[in-house]
Structures are given as structure tokens and as C-alpha cells.
Design a protein around this ligand. Structure first.
Ligand SMILES: *Cc1c(COP(=O)(O)O)cnc(C)c1O
Length: 314
């Protein structure tokens, strides 16, 4: 059973904030790496940032949190931790659970169950159908309340930049719903109008048009939008790509850091294809998600049994 540490004074788990920044070298370039994966063993990455508002504030009338999405999602797992910490019931709606997963629970699915998740195999409908006791969270934590925790991430980065006397900075992170990238760029601009930090991202779930729409639905002012970069070839979320597996192994080999297998490989490939970004110091945000690697890695090893770190030419 995973345990959640609680600090005595507040009853909240002690989070490792500000998260550390480390210097790494990859493919002969130096990068700064913001280790949001190290925020907490059970509650980390951008899901911790996006749900921070709910962790920090009191919701006396809430006893249940409801959400929906994919059956192995990082957001699902993080919500199960939040619910456990808050003493809430957690109901999660999925379209379908593969019988293989039902018979062999693993990864985020298994861990969320251990935290007491109640899963339902049908659509969640809309938030209106639930009572006042229910906190309804959109798929992937795509919602306005996320801004609160991402503002803190921006503050941490600005403080670090100042302490280290870094004049100019580019920030890169891969996007799903785009919530983290959007609120990060917006926060930099709001906290410090003179901030010259540019946030760059790439769509991992849909295409650039989808991501742009996601940004616009959360924030109509385009001056707050991050810059979207992409690779010429279409990418399908959750599909296995040799290039993704190879860069993930290379990252582990050259930096000693384990990245996530769903978003980070495309993130790093896109970043390396846009080396003009490296004319300024670049900070890459490690957004966690490592529990989900268990299921992805099994699939990769089955599909590409001959690719290993040793077999890669560095
Ligand atoms: C959820 C997630 C993302 C995508 O975050 P968005 O805010 O939806 O864009 C990226 N990386 C990891 C590791 C994630 O878990």
C-alpha cells in the first residue's frame, strides 16, 4: 500500500517545493531541468501543480471527486491521491477497460485502485448532473483552477533565474491538454511584465490547431499563449514509435534521469529539431508521470525486444 506523508501542523503532505533545478547534458547541449517529478513520491509533476488549488483550500461541502478519461492516465492516479488525502470518495469514468488490464492490474490503474478509486465503464456525462457535494474535474485537469498551482511554478522559476543571474531564458515542456504550458506563459507575463521568458511547447495529443483551441478556451488573450512547435510528421498519442523509445533510452543513458514515455520523447525530439531555441539557456520541465511508464515500457519491450540502451549508438 502506498502511504501519504502528512505534516503535523497542516495535515497536508509535505511537498518538496520549490522543486530542484539540475543541469544536464544531452546530445552535446547543456540544459536546465526543473524536477517537478520530485515534488512528492505520490503526488508530483504537473498534475500536482494543476490540483494544488484543491489540496491547499478547504471544501467543506465536498465529499466526492468525479472525473473521466483514459484508464491509465496520470491525472486519474493523482486524483486518487488527492481524494485519499482529503478523505473524499473518488469516482472515475472510462469508456472501456481492456480485459487484459482487469486481469493484470498494473501502473496508474492499479495504484489508483489501491487508493480506493471506484471505476465506472460508461460516460461521465456533464458536471450539471452531479450534486453540490461533488467536485467535478475535467479530463487531464483541464480547468481554470490549475492556474493557481502553475503560478507557483512560474514564481519558482523566476526566483531561480534571479538567484542564478540568468538574463534570458527559454522554457520548454510537452503538452497534452495544454493547461500547464498556457498558465505558465501567462503567469510569467503577469508576475513580471518585463519578463522575457518564452514558453515553447508541442502538442502530443492532437495537432497544433487542437492545442491552440485548448489555449483559447482557457484564455482568450493570445499574448498569453505559448509558442507551439511541432515535427512535420503526424503523431498519435499512446502509439509506439521506435524514435520515441530510442530517445527515451538515450536520455536515461546520457542524463541518468528517467523521463515519461508518453510526452517527453516527443518533447525532446521536437526540441532537438528546433535548435534555434538553444541560443538562450533552456529550461526543460520534467512533469512527472513515471508511474505510467510501467505499462508503456512493457509494450515497448514487447514490440522492440532488440532495442536496449547498450544497442544504441551514442
Ligand atoms: C499530464 C501530463 C502532461 C500534459 O499536461 P497538460 O497540462 O495536459 O498539457 C505532460 N507530461 C506529463 C508527464 C503528464 O503527466
Amino acid at each position: 500500500m502506498r502511504s501519504v506523508q502528512c505534516s503535523v501542523e497542516t495535515g497536508f503532505p509535505s511537498l518538496n517545493l520549490p522543486s530542484p533545478v539540475q543541469t544536464i547534458s544531452f546530445e552535446n547541449h547543456t540544459f536546465y531541468l526543473k524536477r517537478d517529478d520530485l515534488i512528492h513520491p505520490d503526488f508530483s509533476g504537473n498534475k500536482a501543480r494543476k490540483l494544488y488549488y484543491f489540496l491547499q483550500n478547504d471544501f467543506p461541502h465536498i465529499d466526492t471527486v468525479v472525473s473521466y478519461g483514459s484508464v491509465q492516465s496520470n491525472a486519474m492516479y493523482s486524483l486518487s491521491v488527492l481524494a485519499k488525502m482529503k478523505g473524499w470518495r473518488f469516482e472515475y469514468y472510462v469508456d472501456h477497460i481492456a480485459s487484459y488490464l482487469k486481469d493484470n492490474p498494473h501502473g496508474n490503474y492499479k495504484a489508483a485502485f489501491e487508493n480506493g478509486m471506484v471505476i465506472r465503464e460508461r460516460g461521465a456525462g456533464s458536471r450539471e448532473q452531479f450534486g453540490d457535494n461533488v467536485l467535478f474535474i475535467e479530463e487531464g485537469g483541464w480547468q481554470k483552477e490549475a492556474e493557481y498551482g502553475i503560478r507557483l511554478l512560474a514564481e519558482e522559476i523566476l526566483d531561480w533565474q534571479k538567484e542564478n543571474n540568468i538574463k534570458e531564458l527559454n522554457v520548454f515542456l510537452p503538452s497534452g491538454t495544454g493547461t500547464t504550458a498556457l498558465y505558465l506563459q501567462k503567469s510569467f507575463s503577469i508576475i513580471n511584465h518585463q519578463s522575457s521568458i518564452n514558453v515553447f511547447t508541442t502538442p502530443c495529443v492532437g495537432d497544433s490547431d487542437y492545442l491552440k483551441k485548448q489555449f483559447t478556451m482557457l484564455e482568450s488573450d493570445e499574448t498569453y499563449h505559448p509558442t507551439i512547435l511541432s515535427l512535420p510528421k503526424k503523431h498519435h498519442f499512446g502509439k509506439l514509435y521506435r524514435e520515441n523509445y530510442e530517445i527515451w533510452l538515450k536520455l536515461r543513458q546520457q542524463t541518468g534521469v528517467e523521463f515519461d514515455l508518453l510526452y517527453d520523447p516527443l518533447g525532446w525530439r521536437t526540441l532537438l529539431a528546433h535548435r534555434e531555441l538553444l541560443c538562450k539557456p533552456l529550461l526543460y520541465i520534467h512533469q512527472g508521470g513515471l508511474l505510467g511508464n510501467e505499462s508503456m515500457l512493457r509494450r515497448y519491450q514487447r514490440k522492440f525486444p532488440l532495442i536496449t540502451s547498450e544497442a544504441l549508438i551514442v
